[in-house]
Design a protein around this ligand. Structure first.
Ligand SMILES: C[S@@+](CC[C@H](N)C(=O)[O-])C[C@H]1O[C@@H](n2cnc3c(N)ncnc32)[C@H](O)[C@@H]1O
Length: 260
């Protein structure tokens, strides 16, 4: 589902007068108003780029994409490298760095991990505001000495991945990685501020079976689906096996062996 929830307004605002022109440009591009007293979310434009702030008394802090500092940087430096489960799931091994299409890019965290390990990544995101946050984070990353070469391996396409995969032209991706929003409501997901912003914007990705079908038709080597550990598989063909972590599981649909 891509529609925003009914009645949940989003406005764009400049965090200082010098960002008013940029805020106006984002408002136009995203088709959002610059003033809306009743809005539930604000897209804020400031010195640190673009961020989404939930409004109201119980609201958590802003959500933005930052590949240079914070969580992403920490995971890049200390996150376990090619031994991480996501790396194994997509088939990273000695001398193997597959080209990966991340068809549910979100805030780009998983794609950044794989790009850090050397994979060439294509990302697709259909929710325009999430895609804008991601584009902004990628642009800021490009200017950084260490992160610049990593984000140079990440190409973002905005749109519905199902259609884009069905109409794919050129060399197919070796691996397609899917992490659609799963419709569950556990407490840990609710307390995470990203999820509190994500859910109302993105909704539940109920068309995941069509996504899997299109991915299986396109990928040359394998499709990987990330799920919450206890969640059922996506309706459709069964994975050959799964890798299970603490909170997530990777279902693997092999087509052909990845070779060094
Ligand atoms: C759970 S999030 C992905 C999080 C991501 N793996 C990360 O590391 O940040 C799912 C995202 O996939 C996007 N999505 C779901 N179905 C899609 C589709 N058919 N085409 C493009 N994007 C899609 C949603 O809009 C949402 O932003």
């Amino acid at each position: 589902m891509v529609e925003q929830e009914q009645g949940m307004g989003i406005r764009v605002e400049a965090m200082a007068p010098e960002y008013q022109a940029q805020a106006a440009a984002w408002a136009e591009r995203l088709g959002l108003p610059l003033a809306d007293e009743a809005a539930g979310f604000a897209v804020q434009v400031g010195a640190e780029g673009l961020q989404v702030q939930q409004l109201g008394p119980q609201a958590p802090g802003p959500v933005r994409v930052d590949f240079v500092e914070g969580q992403a940087a920490h995971r890049r430096l200390f996150g376990g490298g090619s031994g991480q489960m996501i790396a194994k799931a997509v088939g990273i091994a000695q001398g193997v760095r597959p080209q990966v299409l991340d068809a549910t890019a979100g805030l780009g965290k998983d794609a950044f991990v794989l790009a850090s390990l050397g994979c060439q990544m294509t990302l697709i995101e259909r929710q325009p505001l999430i895609a804008a946050l991601l584009e902004d984070g990628l642009a800021r990353g490009r200017g950084d000495g260490e992160v610049g070469p990593i984000v140079a391996r990440m190409r973002l396409l905005v749109g519905n991945a199902i259609e884009q995969m069905r109409g794919w032209e050129g060399e197919p991706p070796q691996v397609i990685y899917l992490d659609p929003m799963f419709p569950h409501r556990d407490k840990s997901a609710l307390v995470k501020k990203e999820m509190r912003v994500f859910r109302p914007l993105v909704g539940d990705d109920l068309d995941a079976p069509a996504l899997l079908e299109a991915a299986l038709a396109l990928a040359s080597h394998r499709v990987v689906v990330k799920r919450p550990r206890k969640a059922p598989i996506i309706d459709g063909p069964k994975p050959s096996h799964s890798l299970e972590g603490k909170s997530s599981r990777y279902d693997i649909y092999p087509k052909k062996a990845l070779k060094a």
